[in-house]
Design a protein around this ligand. Structure first.
Ligand code: GRF
Length: 205
């Protein structure tokens, strides 16, 4: 298997990208990050990318507020293809991606979501879990499809919801697991160990 060539898209801190960089640098993930793109000009993910000498840039998604579509989508695809990316990693990218991007990278767009899907899709999932009174929370790495947080599940990790948790403390506990889950899912992809049947992902171990 040739090494994965990852385009990482983010909007915020980039701690998930960091976990992928760390796995690559530690030699436990056979992949290369070929570009890091952010839709927020001062997103910390760009600083992290710079620290690791990764190609990175801010690319506006205007005029859209919550999706990646139209000319902006074309520009993202153009940059990712020019960088030679074969896999798109949504690492805290706070936009809905549309069919055009999915068609450009079929079955090769992965997202991480801070809940045990299909529970609590959408925004602030850790707060949704807390407000709902869930006793277990977690994260999901999944292939992206045309819906919102609805694609085939690759890896899930759970954490307990503790008495006295705040949204912040629960999110922090979930993020520890995210940083294990994303490199793990990419390791399966790198090993060509994933097959999708219907909406079920089978993992050859
Ligand atoms: C994570 O909680 C991820 O699950 C969600 O956005 C957050 C991104 O965090 N999609 P970071 O930017 O990777 O630190």
């Amino acid at each position: 298997m040739p090494k994965l060539r990852l385009a990482v898209l983010g909007s915020g801190s980039g701690s998930n990208m960091q976990s992928i960089v760390d796995a690559i640098e530690a030699g436990t993930l056979d992949a290369e990050i070929v570009c890091v793109l952010a839709d927020v000009a001062d997103a910390k993910i760009l600083e992290r990318a710079a620290r690791h000498n990764l190609s990175h840039q801010y690319v506006s998604c205007a005029p859209f507020k919550t999706k990646l579509d139209g000319d902006a989508q074309e520009e993202y695809i153009r940059i990712m293809k020019a960088a030679g990316a074969d896999t798109v990693v949504l690492a805290g990218f706070m936009r809905i991606v549309k069919q055009g991007l999915l068609d450009a990278f079929p079955n090769r767009v992965l997202n991480i979501h801070p809940a045990l899907l299909p529970a609590f899709p959408g925004l602030h999932s850790w707060k949704q879990a807390l407000d709902y009174g869930a006793k277990v929370a977690g994260c999901t790495v999944h292939f992206v499809d045309a819906g919102t947080d609805s694609g085939p599940i690759i890896v899930q990790k759970c954490v307990p919801v503790e008495e006295g948790d705040t949204p912040e403390s629960l999110h922090a506990r979930i993020q520890v697991q995210e940083h294990i889950a994303f490199p793990e899912a990419l390791r399966y992809l790198a090993a060509d160990a994933l097959t999708i049947k219907g909406r079920v992902v089978h993992i050859k171990r």
